[in-house]
Design a protein around this ligand. Structure first.
Ligand SMILES: [Zn+2]
Length: 360
């Protein structure tokens, strides 16, 4: 612009020189050749300072302006459209984000509800499983009803197991463990039944002792032929140990080698030993009955044989030939009276497991 202004100042000066011959020129030239400003001239007479002021728009007319609305209008349309599009996209993005958040919350809620449903379904399944297990346990235990071995099936154990289902009714894992415990007891009882059936159907020792023992014990009592002097720690024909009350040990050597031994004596011995099984497996009832025998387990066992084995006696005369016989005493030398035999009967009838239903 500075160059443009300078060119304009020089143009005025050259124009003034050209009109010096013409008095109607805008200004008179002085003697020194300078040009006086003409008050009538279009422009002020005061000497124009150099540089000149900003160019007047009249001398170099600017290009005719475009219609004010033409160009901006062409630009505003797309801009507004872009802005609207951006706003729209932002709104859509916001709505989508909101929708996604809501959807995510919905998924979380659904998953939580599904988990709760699964837990409830699992709990229901566990309850059904426990109910089936409990039913099976009780039906298995019912097969022991009347069996004279109280320690074989414990009603308190059954009740505790059955009640555990109610105790853990809101805890699936605990309920599952309770079912497992019930199943284990069922399996134990079922195994005893299976073994008893097998034992009752066979005679592993091939002896009269086992035949009698299997009948008395219904297969639940094992017969063992052994050296009773060692097992029983005394010179006897048989014994039962408290650590394994379901096994009767018979002396293998004496009960076979003695010339006077016969099946009648063997049967009496088996009854005596079986009484010991009942004593060990029914401690509470036995303790009460023992008072009738001054606490003597052996005379009580003899009395059991005398009460339940028809024709049994403790003293026997055993003829081994037409001229030779043996006087054989079996037991502990005391034949119980009728009162004691009554005690024995009442004792025997009170023994064992009496099956009763247990509510779940
Ligand atoms: Zn004995």
């Amino acid at each position: 612009m500075a160059d443009a202004e300078s060119r304009y100042a020089r143009a005025r000066h050259e124009k003034g020189t050209a009109v010096s011959d013409t008095p109607t020129s805008p200004g008179e030239e002085d003697a020194d050749g300078s040009i006086e400003p003409n008050p009538t001239a279009e422009h002020p007479t005061t000497p124009a300072p150099a540089p000149a002021p900003a160019p007047e728009p009249l001398l170099e007319p600017e290009p005719e302006p475009e219609p004010a609305s033409a160009k901006p209008r062409r630009k505003k349309g797309p801009i507004i459209a872009i802005v609207l599009l951006a706003v729209g996209l932002a709104a859509v993005a916001g709505v989508l984000t909101f929708a996604l958040v809501q959807l995510d919350k919905a998924f979380v809620l659904i998953e939580e509800q599904q988990r709760e449903l699964d837990e409830q379904r699992d709990l229901i399944d566990q309850k059904e499983t426990f109910s089936q297990s409990a039913t099976e346990l009780m039906s298995t235990a019912a097969q022991f009803d009347g069996l004279p071995f109280s320690t074989m099936v414990n009603p308190n154990t059954l009740e505790t197991l059955i009640q555990s289902g109610w105790t853990h009714r809101w805890n699936s894992a605990a309920l599952e463990r309770a079912s497992t415990n019930v199943d284990e007891e069922t399996a134990r009882l079922a195994a005893l039944i299976a073994e008893a059936e097998e034992q009752k159907a066979s005679n592993g020792t091939g002896t009269h002792f086992e035949k009698v023992t299997d009948r008395l014990g219904q297969g639940f009592i094992s017969t063992s032929l052994t050296d009773t002097d060692e097992i029983c720690e005394q010179d006897v024909w048989g014994c039962v140990g408290g650590d394994d009350p379901y096994t009767i040990h018979y002396d293998h050597a004496e009960t076979r080698a003695e010339p006077f031994m016969n099946n009648t004596i063997r049967e009496g011995v088996a009854y005596h030993e079986y009484a010991h099984v009942l004593q060990f497996t029914n401690p509470a009832q036995t303790e009460k009955a023992l008072t009738a025998f001054d606490g003597d387990w052996e005379t009580m066992a003899d009395c059991f044989a005398l009460t339940y084995l028809d024709g049994w006696k403790l003293d026997h005369t055993i003829w081994v030939s037409s001229y030779e016989y043996w006087e054989v005493s079996v037991g502990y030398g005391y034949t119980c009276n009728s009162e004691q035999r009554k005690v024995i009967r009442e004792w025997r009838e009170s023994l064992g497991y009496q099956h009763e239903p247990i509510s779940q």
